[in-house]
Design a protein around this ligand. Structure first.
Ligand SMILES: Nc1ncnc2c1ncn2[C@@H]1O[C@H](COP(=O)(O)OP(=O)(O)OP(=O)(O)O)[C@@H](O)[C@H]1O
Ligand SMILES: [Mg+2]
Length: 487
């Protein structure tokens, strides 16, 4: 199967998300779509998968022009996509989600569908219980389900938009094996949108690079990472050195925190953090690190143990009390928890800027929005609704909302979905806060990021801290073994 995108253009108001893009995809190959945040990658893939329509240009499948009104039309022509945020139905079971969208009307053959699901799972080595509820699955498992659903609908072109954010290293290795087998054994076309250039080089045979909605070029792989970076940004980007800083007084004292959630028992986690210190929390998704940061900012109440902020006992106090004492939290679920879909950037500042007045100071909110957009290089305007920003720009905006002069900053996946240059920019900002005496605790799935920026690393496994390391000789590979439970 051969798919051509011809002269695709798409604008949103005054923004050209895609401008005269022409790309060709052949069967049996794995392609990468690269570009900085807001370059137009997701938009182009949404057009190819029928989720959005182009203003002009056409899609040609095996020599025939086609037009898609909806994702089901694209799937009928063999094109299916895994979106940046999963589009499944969490309150339903794995099997029910698998059946959704299948031909068969109101009376689908559940037994047959179960058989197909189990066969596919077995082929790929996925371990999914058809009767489990989707809201109990990890992001990686939800992806596995969606891939199997698309394959059972006979797609020949599989598009994945940033599939490796938020999944474990093991799930990633498994995913890559599946994608290689689909392309090389079954002749499918795989298209991967990613900011992780190491992944792209490992998996893909060719990369298309977009910049500001236009195609910069196509690069054959293998090639150097620096070649791709230079194409994406028009220049070389180098990681800065991590400056040493003096540590101050104890900011956070968490003592023998224990709690039980639906999925996990967290036991006996203790941590002391001093002003100016950066602590990286490593672990597979759901190993207890997310619970710890939530306890340390009042979003979860521990069953046992105590939390002190700046010497004051705060155990079990609500989040806003922690905020009053200089604690802030940036959650991973951008549009689920951190930001409010439907609200503009200005409205976010109207909500978050501290104020004693009983009315909203719109002038201040709009001015602040303008300043932060500028300072954090967010592609958007004060009046843009937050969901119209690209994934990476939403992340930058969420970071721009954090107040200054914090005692303690807790972050889940601070650079998730950011391009290389933006990720470094964000760390520059974080390290500046650290020099001002803010203590930083962050969770990341990027082991390189943890090794590069932490003064101390805590390794979580199964709800316990299995290692505290001052990172003198820690490497990402070693850390990978540790989070998998190997000592
Ligand atoms: N529904 C929309 N309304 C208005 N503008 C939009 C909409 N969708 C996308 N845009 C704009 O189009 C441009 C391209 O966005 P797109 O999501 O395609 O970028 P991207 O390359 O996927 O970026 P990222 O790496 O951050 O995910 C951005 O400037 C974005 O703000
Ligand atoms: Mg995107």
């Amino acid at each position: 199967m051969r798919v051509e995108l011809q002269h695709i253009s798409k604008s949103f108001g005054r923004v050209w998300a895609n401008q005269d893009l022409s790309l060709t995809f052949e069967g049996g190959q794995i392609y990468a779509i690269l570009g900085e945040n807001g370059a137009g990658k997701s938009t182009l893939m949404k057009i190819l998968s029928g989720f959005q329509s182009a203003d002009s240009g056409q899609i040609v499948v095996d020599g025939q022009a086609v037009s898609f009104e909806a994702p089901t039309d694209a799937i009928e022509h063999g094109i299916g996509m895994l979106y940046q945020d999963p589009l499944d139905f969490p309150p339903f079971t794995v099997l029910e989600n698998f059946i959704a969208g299948r031909p068969g009307g109101f009376f689908p053959d559940r037994q047959a569908a179960r058989g197909i699901l189990l066969d596919l799972a077995q082929r790929f080595g996925f371990d999914l219980d058809p009767d489990a509820y989707v809201d109990s699955l990890t992001i990686g498992e939800r992806q596995q389900l969606e891939i199997m659903r698309l394959l059972s609908l006979n797609v020949r072109v599989l598009i994945l938009d940033e599939p490796t954010t938020g999944i474990s290293a093991e799930q990633k290795a498994q995913l890559f094996d599946v994608l290689k087998s689909l392309a090389h054994d079954d002749g499918l076309t795989v298209i991967l949108v990613s900011h992780k250039l190491e992944d792209v080089i490992e998996l893909c045979s060719s990369a298309f690079v977009l910049r500001q909605g236009r195609l910069v070029g196509q690069q054959q792989i293998p090639c150097d990472i620096s070649t791709l970076v230079a194409m994406m940004f028009g220049k070389i980007v180098a990681r800065q050195e991590r400056p040493m800083s003096d540590l101050g007084d104890c900011v956070l004292h968490a003592e023998r925190i224990s709690l039980e959630t639906r999925r996990l028992v967290v036991e006996d986690v203790s941590l002391d953090v001093r002003a100016g210190e950066v602590i990286g929390l490593a672990g597979l998704d759901g190993s207890g690190q997310n619970e710890l940061v939530r306890v340390c900012c009042g979003l979860l109440r521990p069953d046992r143990g105590a939390v002190h902020i700046g010497g004051r006992e705060m155990t079990g106090q609500p989040y806003h009390r922690f905020v009053k004492h200089g604690v802030a939290f940036l959650p991973a679920g951008r549009l689920e928890e951190g930001l409010i879909g439907g609200m503009t950037l200005t409205e976010h500042f109207a909500l978050t800027l501290p104020s004693r007045a009983p009315w909203v100071n719109w002038i201040r909110a709009r001015r602040t929005a303008g300043e932060r957009i500028e300072r954090f290089n967010v592609k958007g305007r004060p009046g843009s609704p937050i969901q119209t920003l690209s994934g990476g720009n939403q992340q930058r905006f969420a970071l721009s909302l954090l107040p200054s002069n914090l005692r303690l900053l807790l972050l889940e996946h601070p650079t998730r979905g950011l391009d290389v240059e933006s990720a470094m920019y964000i760390w520059e900002q974080l390290l500046r806060r650290r020099e001002e005496g803010t203590a930083i605790i962050f969770i990341s799935a990027e082991l390189d990021e943890i090794v590069a920026y932490s003064d101390r690393i805590l390794v979580f496994f199964g709800g316990r801290v299995t290692l505290v390391d001052d990172r003198a000789d820690m490497t990402a590979d070693r850390l990978g073994e540790l989070i998998g439970g190997r000592m």
